[in-house]
Design a protein around this ligand. Structure first.
Ligand SMILES: *Cc1c(COP(=O)(O)O)cnc(C)c1O
Length: 406
């Protein structure tokens, strides 16, 4: 049977694999040989499910957003990952990986972070499990996401500012990989999305797949069938999307629509629309689509949302796009902002800016009255309040100015 899941060599079609330095070969092989067996074992499942329930707060609700549905003329359900402990879906993955790390006898945890969300989710589970935690973060990001740095430090993590390259996520990831090369025996690297060398994309997708597992049950209760007509999610590296589609990926009744960050417009030179703009290449151990110039140098992505500006994309998603299994829409900054304000006023929910990109899709599709849509609200908007306030003030000023002219 044709499948969009990973094959035994770690590939999704032509994308994926493990392109790693020799020194990491043993680590990655060890992980590859351990992860499936552990994730499927009874004792792991018991501990993982208990923490998801009592610590993370799962299952997250599947909420029928009535006023939003009214506006778009269909039935829209929001999968409320914003209600999880630490405010987003990322904790599903870090809880799972720390349990795996412990079972592998590792004592030292490293992670990369861009906006700091994955760093906070990692520092959180390290506090919980009493493990040493080192988070690599670009110096630029340390400065602009200082609240998350303070949270990580309060949780007991060491945050190391990275000063190479553009001092952002890509450079932090390079530094984390460098650290792993120096400490292969005692260190476990918790990657924050469905990226990196095999088996990470598959492992992270499996740990996030609790999202679609729950959607199946919840839709059956609410709609009398276990699948929606549309699944919509935003993509940075691809983990909340992978989790949302995991159990539907080979079910062609379900249309998959993914939103990437268009920034100031795909052709503005300031975007993070990796699937639209990327060319085949290797980044952080995987063959995928990469934003790069003609010399193969990685181009710095831009988005108003700090969680979506990764210059690569998970190999699963590159393959879904290549085979037209998923529709990929680019949602720009302004569209995401206005979708965030719309949800806030219609439903009383302030979404994360990343999730607002998924909401921006609603405007771009002509739905039928009976269509059932499940849209994953990957996180809450507390961390984005400064951006929202700024944008609101700017709009007020513009409105006042135009009033003056009239
Ligand atoms: C990190 C983040 C994302 C993007 O990461 P994915 O791996 O693509 O899911 C999306 N939404 C929120 C709230 C995030 O924190």
């Amino acid at each position: 049977m044709k499948t969009y899941q990973v094959n035994e060599n770690g590939y999704y079609g032509e994308f994926g694999g493990a392109y790693i330095p020799e020194i990491l070969h043993r680590c990655v092989t060890e992980l590859k040989e351990t992860y499936l067996q552990t994730l499927e074992s009874e004792s792991f499942r018991r501990e993982y499910e208990e923490l998801l329930r009592d610590y993370v707060g799962r299952p997250s609700p599947l909420y029928l957003a009535r006023r939003l549905s009214g506006k778009y003329g269909c039935r829209i359900y929001l999968k409320r990952e914003d209600l999880n402990h630490t405010g987003a879906h990322k904790i599903n993955n870090t809880v799972g990986q720390i349990l795996l790390a412990r079972r592998m006898g590792k004592t030292r945890i490293i992670a990369e972070t861009g906006a700091g969300q994955h760093g906070v989710a990692t520092a959180t589970v390290c506090a919980l499990m009493n493990m040493e935690c080192i988070v690599y973060m670009g110096k630029t990001d340390v400065e602009r996401q200082y609240a998350n740095v303070q949270k990580m430090e309060m949780l007991g993590a060491s945050v190391i500012p990275v000063t190479s390259g553009n001092r952002t996520l890509k450079d932090a990831t390079n530094e984390a990989i460098r650290d792993w090369c120096c400490h292969p025996s005692d260190t476990y690297y918790i990657i924050g999305s469905t990226v990196g060398p095999h088996p990470y994309p598959d492992m992270v997708a499996r740990l996030q797949s609790v999202i679609s597992e729950e959607i199946k049950k919840q839709l059956t209760e609410k709609e009398g069938r276990d699948y929606p007509d549309y699944l919509i999610a935003c993509v940075g590296g691809g983990s909340n999307a992978a989790g949302s589609i995991y159990h539907y990926i080979d079910d062609e009744r379900v249309k998959i629509v993914l939103a990437e960050a268009g920034g100031k417009g795909i052709h503005s030179g300031m975007s993070a629309a990796t699937i639209h703009l990327g060319k085949r290449g290797i980044i952080h151990g995987a063959r995928t689509l990469v934003m790069q110039n003609e010399d193969g140098q990685i181009e710095e992505p831009y988005s108003i949302s700090a969680g979506l500006d990764y210059p690569g994309i998970g190999p699963m998603h590159a393959n879904l796009s290549e085979n037209k299994r998923a529709g990929i829409l680019s949602i720009n900054d302004e569209e995401a902002l206005s979708a965030a304000f719309e949800l806030t006023r219609l439903e009383g929910i302030i979404p994360a800016l990343e999730s607002a990109h998924a909401l921006g899709v609603l405007n771009k599709i002509q739905f039928k009255t009976n269509d059932v849509i499940v849209l994953t609200l990957s996180g809450r908007g507390d961390k984005d309040m400064n951006t929202y306030i700024e944008s609101n003030n700017k709009n007020k000023t513009e409105n006042n100015n135009s009033n003056n002219i009239v």
